[in-house]
Design a protein around this ligand. Structure first.
Ligand SMILES: CC(C)(COP(=O)(O)OP(=O)(O)OC[C@H]1O[C@@H](n2cnc3c(N)ncnc32)[C@H](O)[C@@H]1OP(=O)(O)O)[C@@H](O)C(=O)NCCC(=O)NCCS
Length: 160
């Protein structure tokens, strides 16, 4: 299956697909770790135009299977991996792993020595498996709800 996953750069026309993946991943996957009220508060895209602007404001990648977008991730200039979401019907197939490999390639290419992310309870075990460590636990507010997550980081040594 891993070989049938294609990772390609994000295109502006991917905006709607990323919104669907984002909302469904939270509602159908992260819902095992957060309450219904927390999920309702988190799973909102109130302004699709603003969402689209954010997606093209930094390097981002789409994972495709059979021509269908099934996951996405990105990397801001300060080393933040802001998004890591995989479509509920394509979980456990290596999609997030392939996306992270691409993000890490880009970080190394840019000479970054550290990547960090704000990891949900759901994604924390994935990042731990990939060598990230919890820097701190925090509580963030989303539309009146308080959600726990973890700031996680991974360091990269500069190559020769
Ligand atoms: C967490 C998530 C991104 C993982 O995506 P995925 O494509 O299913 O993950 P992969 O198949 O690439 O897994 C890669 C590795 O992580 C491990 N892993 C993934 N999720 C895991 C979990 N919940 N617990 C333990 N290990 C996990 C896999 O076993 C695999 O290990 P391997 O490389 O040794 O085989 C996905 O479940 C998701 O979209 N969750 C909901 C959205 C979310 O909370 N995103 C984060 C927002 S901050």
């Amino acid at each position: 299956m891993k070989s049938s996953i294609l990772i390609r750069p994000y295109r502006p026309t991917d905006s709607d697909a990323t919104i669907e993946i984002f909302l469904r991943a939270i509602r159908e996957v992260s819902s095992k770790d957060y309450s219904p009220d927390q999920i309702n508060a988190w799973a909102q895209v109130e302004d699709p135009a603003k969402w689209a602007e954010r997606r093209i404001s930094r390097p981002a990648w789409i994972a495709e299977i059979g021509g269908k977008p099934v996951g996405f991730s990105d990397l801001t200039p300060d080393g933040c991996l802001d998004m890591m979401f995989v479509h509920p019907e394509f979980q456990g197939l290596g999609v997030a792993g392939r996306l992270l490999t691409r993000v890490e390639e880009e970080a190394r290419r840019l000479g970054m020595e550290r990547i960090y992310t704000q990891a949900s309870l759901t994604v924390r075990p994935f990042f731990e498996r990939k060598g990230f460590r919890v820097f701190t636990r925090q509580t963030v507010e989303r539309r009146g709800q308080r959600l726990d997550n973890f700031v996680m980081e991974k360091f990269y040594s500069r190559c020769c």
